[in-house]
Design a protein around this ligand. Structure first.
Ligand code: CAA
Length: 284
């Protein structure tokens, strides 16, 4: 597979915008696609703000910041992705939505292009089954905030070829991310370990065992975590946490993965955490 100079990103949310920003910082051209204009405008504003902060902190010159933004195109046209050498999908955690997107990408893009999903919990094999190129479908799972976190999980599905794994490794290297390799199993490495811990923190709070502040300060000050677990849940998004917990529970039927009743109540009430202004904490 040839070198990647232009990366396509489908989904301009927190993850998709972060992936696009990392790619543009690494010198790649980037096309971000969303079918609606409003999320694209939010994506552009988010990336511009992040780049402005980086420039203010002296990490980029004004010229470099402008060049970096100039490498990114935001488009409502799926066809704009034909400029890309590889595509990373970062849309909602919904197997049908991802499947039908991959079907369209498969029909649109040349056979040599590999298609990656940033899913944290949907089987890559299930997504790949919607395409005629399952050997060129792979999981490339980023961590938020993407420009800061240096890990990607590279997830090989049952039909993924060695060449596709090598191409994903090369993409990770270009983006200056450290790859860890895992088979296609819910949770991969990190969420398999992280999710039971976060669900346990929610249960502890739900039971009234300790305050949200004491739970968070306990893990920050006692274990040196950059964020306490309830703050981290708000940061990841409670809807995302719920979806990951459900997938892990469905796969392994282990109660420590199951979303606690409080998490479900918060999600159905629209309390998604930082992005909606309210989760375990309140945000401006
Ligand atoms: N975009 C770009 N850069 C950002 C950023 C963002 N959204 N947020 C913070 N940064 C940068 C800052 O510019 C700063 O950079 P420098 O030090 O080089 O100047 C650095 O990160 C630290 O930022 P701050 O000083 O503002 O704040 P902080 O020290 O509190 O760090 C944090 C913020 C990096 C988010 C830190 O709190 C942290 O590491 N939290 C834990 C995050 C985590 O666990 N992520 C994984 C979630 S799990 C996941 O993503 C996978 C899944 O499937 C659920």
């Amino acid at each position: 597979m040839s070198e990647i100079t232009c990366l396509g990103v489908v989904g301009g949310g927190f993850m998709g915008s972060g992936i696009a920003e990392s790619a543009a910082r690494a010198g790649l051209s980037v096309v971000i696609h969303e079918p609606e204009q409003a999320p694209l405008d939010r994506s552009r504003a988010r990336i511009e703000e992040s780049v402005r902060r980086a420039a203010q902190r002296g990490k980029l010159s004004e010229d470099e910041a402008a060049e970096m933004l100039g490498r990114i195109t935001w488009s409502t046209e799926l066809e704009a992705l034909t400029a890309a050498d590889a595509v990373v999908e970062a849309i909602i955690e919904d197997a049908r939505a991802k499947g039908s997107l991959f079907k369209k990408l498969d029909q649109l893009l040349p056979d040599a292009i590999f298609l990656a999903s940033n899913t944290s919990s949907i089987p890559i094999a299930e997504i790949a089954a919607w395409t005629r190129r399952p050997e060129r479908v792979i999981g490339v799972h980023f961590f938020s905030p993407v420009p800061v976190m240096s890990l990607v999980e590279i997830v090989r599905a049952i039909d993924t070829s060695d060449a596709t794994v090598a191409a994903a490794d090369a993409l990770a290297a270009t983006l200056q991310k450290h790859p860890v390799h895992t088979p296609d199993r819910a949770g991969f490495v990190v969420n398999m370990l992280l999710v039971p811990y976060l669900m346990a923190a929610i249960r502890m709070y739900e039971d009234g065992f300790a305050t949200r502040e004491d739970i968070d300060e306990g893990m920050k000050r006692g274990c040196g975590h950059p964020m306490g677990p309830l703050t981290l849940c708000d940061f990841i998004g409670l809807d995302v946490m719920y979806a990951i917990g459900e997938s892990l529970y469905e796969e392994f039927k282990r109660p420590d993965f199951a979303p606690p009743p409080l998490l479900k109540r918060m999600v159905v009430s629209g309390h998604f955490g930082r992005k909606s202004g309210r989760g375990f904490y309140e945000y401006e």
